[in-house]
Design a protein around this ligand. Structure first.
Ligand code: FUL
Length: 488
């Protein structure tokens, strides 16, 4: 064996050993911060913006909560067209739709074999219609995901309040989860128990919201029949309520909560809507809000559709505050999304397209306070959801600074944590340099999936984002600087 050969072998060995050590080190250095989201929750969070449709018996009785004594023949849309819904929703830039398959009044939009209180006894499509099937087909055609709202409270059913009703509820749930293809979200409303028709009893029925539905077993049914679905209720298990119906998430929004101490419909739930820094389970918020004052269509609200500036404000205060936006569109008596909604939705979609079409951080000079090999600053602007920048564990003041060769005019900043490794940031500040001077524009707390910050349009020489409090080294996914158009 020649000396040269030996040296070559040793060098090759050292080379592979160093790669091995480096890889091992990477995994050790970037340890996750628990709790973590599961794959379904990550996929859901990336949807960001999707539609709620409240359309059911209340549309025809002009109510928000039907008593349960309505007659199936009252449900009679004249031009119902789920393709119109799907087309509008797609053009609006939304990724899916959740339909009120059954609201508190108990009327089912599909021909459930467990009740007579459904579309099968209406005049619509001569009693042969199945609205969930029509919507599911339209969603497929337009590439949208489908979700179902099924009210646990049923003011029509004679057995509500007894154990028999829970079996009925589960049977209906099974129908919805097996007959219409993949369901991305199952929505369990926290509002339940009270007065109602209840098969003619016309009385008040209260239930113990914590125990009556035997939630663990109901949840098991969803897991078994739709393993990719996320389940929403006030307190999870997968997604939680933001705590108000105005469209605004909390300034501080932790995705973790102490899930096991909470339950749907609990009286003081909104005290938990900020989440809990040291919570045990990953249960992010969903912000549900209606584009009109009511959830259902009321002709007298035709002039009250939320304006572009209100919708933009809602978008920034939900998607931009580590939440997702579930925007409700009350389909009208014809069975169509009303023209006034379409107009404002299209304005919003063009506003968002214009805002986010150009990221001014591209190809600019980015400095980071530290990094870990293989997870460098280049990952911050590659628009790849799977790559990220990681600060060094010894870096106590992680930050990035971007300086522009020539000043840029912008008014919107975006930063994302790589949530697959947990939520870490507890406090940050955001500064802007104009005419060579740094100015603190914003001091914030949590970031999570996405944080959007709006500020007055400025000619900017540089941007600095500094993290002052964090759980463990900072892991950032993507950053952006944009110019949103002015709203007249
Ligand atoms: C509430 C319900 O009572 C409303 O009618 C509506 O469906 C809203 C989304 O959830 O709890």
């Amino acid at each position: 064996m020649s000396k040269l050969y030996l040296i070559r072998r040793v060098l090759i060995f050292i080379f592979f050993l160093s790669i091995f050590l480096k890889c091992g080190k990477k995994e050790n250095i970037i340890s996750p911060v628990l709790p973590l989201p599961n794959a379904n929750q990550v996929a859901w969070q990336k949807m960001e913006y999707y539609a709620f449709i409240h359309f059911n018996m209340n549309t025809f009785t002009n109510k928000e909560w039907g008593f349960g004594d309505e007659k199936p023949i009252q449900f009679n849309p004249s031009q119902l067209d789920t393709r119109q819904w799907a087309k509008v929703i797609k053009q609006a830039g939304m990724k899916g739709v959740i339909i009120t398959a059954k609201h508190h009044d108990g009327f089912a939009l599909w021909p459930s074999k467990y009740t007579e209180h459904s579309v099968k006894n209406s005049l619509w499509r001569s009693g042969k219609g199945d609205l969930i099937e029509e919507l599911s087909k339209s969603c497929k055609e337009y590439g949208l995901k489908l979700g179902v709202y099924i009210s646990p409270w049923d003011r029509n059913h004679p057995d509500y309040g007894k154990p028999e009703y829970v079996s009925y509820f589960r049977n209906q749930l099974r129908e919805l989860l097996t007959q219409y293809g993949e369901i991305f979200e199952v929505w369990f409303d926290g509002a339940n128990g009270g007065d109602g028709y209840y098969g003619g009893a016309n009385e008040e029925r209260k239930v113990d919201k914590r125990t009556y539905y035997d939630w663990p077993n109901t949840i098991r049914i969803v897991r078994e029949l739709q393993p990719k679905a996320v389940i929403f209720s006030d307190a999870g298990p997968d997604i939680r309520w933001v705590g108000n119906e105005k469209g605004y998430a909390n300034e501080t929004t932790w995705s973790p909560i102490y899930r096991d101490s909470l339950y749907p419909g609990m009286p003081n739930f909104n005290e938990f809507s900020s989440g809990q820094e040291n919570g045990t389970h990953w249960v992010p918020t969903e912000t549900d809000v209606s584009i009109r004052p009511g959830w259902y269509y009321h002709p007298e609200e035709d002039s009250k559709v939320k304006s572009l500036s209100k919708l933009v404000d809602i978008y920034f205060n939900s998607v931009g505050l580590n939440s997702s936006l579930l925007l409700n569109l009350p389909v009208d008596k014809r069975g169509l999304i009303h023209e006034n909604e379409i107009e404002n939705l299209m304005q919003l979609s063009s506003y968002l397209d214009q805002t986010f079409s150009r990221n001014y951080f591209y190809n600019q000079n980015i400095e980071v306070s530290s990094s870990v090999g293989g997870f460098g600053k280049i990952n911050l602007t590659d628009e790849n959801q799977d790559t990220y920048w990681v600060s060094n564990p010894n870096d106590l003041k992680p930050k990035f600074t971007v300086t522009f060769e020539s000043p840029v005019e912008a008014n919107t900043f975006m930063v994302q944590e790589y949530i697959q490794l947990g939520q870490r940031i507890k406090a940050f500040s955001f500064e802007i340099m104009t005419d060579g001077k740094w100015e603190k524009v914003y001091k914030g707390t949590t970031v999570g999936n996405k944080r959007l910050i709006r500020f007055k349009s400025k000619s900017i020489d540089g941007i600095r984002f500094s993290v002052s409090k964090f759980k463990k080294q900072v892991v950032l996914n993507n950053i952006g600087l944009y110019k949103a158009p002015q709203i007249d």
